[in-house]
Design a protein. Structure first.
Length: 223
């Protein structure tokens, strides 16, 4: 399976209706669930997860532009400490777990990517979005644009542009390229999850524009 993940595939696509639900959890809840090569970023004794809920459209490998696919992707993106690789700036995430309601995407994602992709149900009803897997769930209800600054959180989330994974005991990284990333703070009138016992909502952002992006091939970091 790792053999296929080594194939250097470059993807292009569009991001629509991007939602970033950011919450922290106690470090002890994650320590034994993350590869030891990944350093969890510390926010006052807590880890931060930036959950992305996005509609991906026109996704395709650059070498096969006609092979396009669309799906809704939800991911628990754990913020990691990677300043040593980026001139003192933390920019990275680790895909703790991802979900989609398309089984074929899950099958392909498990073979070709490091998304840790699993099957989940994604429903929206009366303004509430709920992602469920078995008895576990996360749900949220978004509000209007929020004028509260939260500049520190905005800078933290806005800087994320690369994902780390571990293969054969070595770190590798995939970089994301996009021309713009106009995240805007919005309210959140309801947030609840059973995936994490100690989850505490920190802030929510949305992107109201279509974002064209490149998902570059992963490469190993030098030892």
């Amino acid at each position: 399976m790792n053999l296929l993940k080594r194939i250097p595939v470059h993807y292009k696509g569009e991001l629509h209706d991007v939602r970033l639900i950011n919450f922290t959890v106690e470090m002890d809840e994650l320590r034994d669930r993350v590869p030891e090569e990944i350093t969890i970023r510390d926010f006052g004794g807590r880890a931060m997860i930036s959950m992305v809920d996005v509609k991906l459209q026109g996704m395709h490998p650059v070498v096969m532009p006609l092979m396009k696919f669309n799906y809704r992707h939800v991911a628990f993106r754990l913020l990691v400490a990677d300043e040593q690789y980026n001139n003192g700036v933390n920019k990275g995430i680790f895909f703790y777990c991802s979900f989609t309601d398309k089984p074929l995407m899950v099958a392909g994602g498990r073979v070709l990517t490091d998304y840790n992709l699993e099957t989940g149900r994604i429903n929206e009803h009366n303004g509430v979005t709920e992602i469920t897997q078995g008895q576990q769930y996360v749900k949220y209800r978004l509000g209007e644009l929020n004028v509260s600054p939260q500049q520190e959180l905005k800078a933290t989330i806005g800087a994320l542009d690369r994902a780390y994974s571990v293969m054969d005991g070595r770190l590798r990284v995939t970089q994301i390229q996009r021309e713009k990333w106009p995240i805007q703070l919005v309210g959140c009138t309801e947030f609840e999850t059973t995936f994490f016992k100690s989850a505490r909502l920190e802030g929510v952002f949305r992107v109201f524009e279509t974002i064209y992006y490149d998902w570059l091939p992963p490469h190993f970091l030098r030892a």
